[in-house]
Design a protein around this ligand. Structure first.
Ligand code: NAP
Length: 326
């Protein structure tokens, strides 16, 4: 049995729980491929599993997103061959490893013009934005939206895509240093929400009309105030928990605040069918190839430094998404 290296957790907790160890390499089943990773994504989602916020079976290899080269294929795999360069954006776990086995219906081909590092830093986030702006709600010219953590990984992509579709983009950032980068990526009105009340700022910017859609990946700290930014019948998209999960909501609040809509979506649900996974990836890659969306890679870490990569992602002073290089 061949061995390979992976960053593994045996318990949940702070980033120190990662251990770099040798694990057994499985043979691909008939519908699977064996992939040698070339770059691996590090997402906020991974921190939820590591910390124990989301339940997980242990020991575990985290990481839902990576890019690599196919080294072996199972007998029934027809869409891919050895040597193909492919990526996956939404496979639960197994990413923080040199090599992995994965079902062929979870991988997508990668255009030659897009680098491994760009794919690893952004495919999951980019495909998330694709469903947020095209399918969950179709952003159109004239819409005004609020993007929390506008200078974060998802935030920078969301600002660029929504701006391209004609929306006015209001965004929140924690520091003055993030204002410029948010503006450079399509955010018309960055609000430093650590210094001012963002609901009051939204009122001023929109002259009281308020917001059509709020995209909230912060959770606990912003959830209730985000509802107060919406116009009557506006849409609250709660899609993450960077500050912890939101407190329970009394549904009557939605009627009191103006017949609001609320949803708590995941990429996994919006890429459930293989046709959706392929279409979402293609739509995102098209945006990169047309230079409509630019990706800011943060820091490159060796695979064994998964703990440092998590600390970097959770450090609010950093800008750009970290990646792991095997
Ligand atoms: N549902 C889905 O389909 C889906 C898919 C992908 C990602 N997500 C969610 O999207 C969000 C962004 O993910 P990402 O990987 O791109 O991360 P990220 O935006 O690069 O980092 C998270 C950001 O959250 C902000 N933040 C606010 N309060 C925080 C706190 N207490 N601790 C840490 N950060 C805090 C920080 O920006 P400021 O310092 O400027 O506030 C930070 O940059 C996450 O909530 C993630 O779970 C959801």
């Amino acid at each position: 049995m061949q061995k390979h290296m992976a960053s593994v957790i045996h318990e949940t907790g702070d980033p120190e729980v990662f251990q770099f160890e040798e694990i057994e390499l499985l043979e691909p089943d008939s519908d699977e491929v064996l992939l040698r990773h070339t770059a691996i994504g590090v997402n906020y989602l991974d921190t939820y599993y590591r910390s124990g916020l989301y339940p997980i079976d242990l020991p575990a290899i985290l990481g839902d997103e990576a890019v690599g080269i196919i080294k072996k294929t199972g007998n029934d795999v027809v869409d891919f061959k050895i040597g193909d360069r492919v990526a996956y954006p939404a496979c639960k776990g197994g990413g923080y490893a040199e090599v992995r086995v994965i079902n062929s219906k979870q991988i997508v081909p990668v255009p030659e013009s897009i680098s491994d590092e760009t794919v690893a830093a952004s495919l999951l986030r980019g495909m998330t934005v694709e469903y947020l702006v095209n399918r969950l709600y179709q952003i159109k010219s004239g819409d005004t939206i609020l993007v929390h953590a506008a200078a974060g990984g998802v935030g920078l992509i969301l600002c660029q895509w929504a701006k391209h579709l004609g929306a006015t983009v209001i965004g929140t950032v924690s520091t003055e240093s993030k204002v410029t980068i948010a503006k450079e990526h399509g955010c018309d009105f960055p609000i430093v929400y650590t210094k001012v009340d963002f609901v009051e700022e939204v009122k001023k910017i929109t002259e009281g009309k308020m917001i059509d859609v709020v995209y909230d990946g912060i959770g606990k700290k912003t959830f209730m105030d985000s509802l107060d930014c919406l116009r009557p019948r506006g849409l609250m998209v709660s899609f993450g928990n960077a500050s912890g999960k939101p407190d329970p909501l009394d549904v009557l609040e939605l009627s009191k605040k103006g017949s609001l809509f609320i949803t708590r979506p995941t990429l996994f649900e919006y890429a459930r069918k293989y046709s959706e996974l392929l279409a979402g990836a293609k739509a995102y890659f098209d945006m990169l190839e047309q230079d409509i969306i630019k990706i800011k890679i943060g820091k490159r870490f060796p695979l064994k430094a998964a703990a440092e990569a998590h600390l970097y992602l959770q450090d609010r002073n950093q800008i750009g998404s970290p990646i792991l290089l095997p």
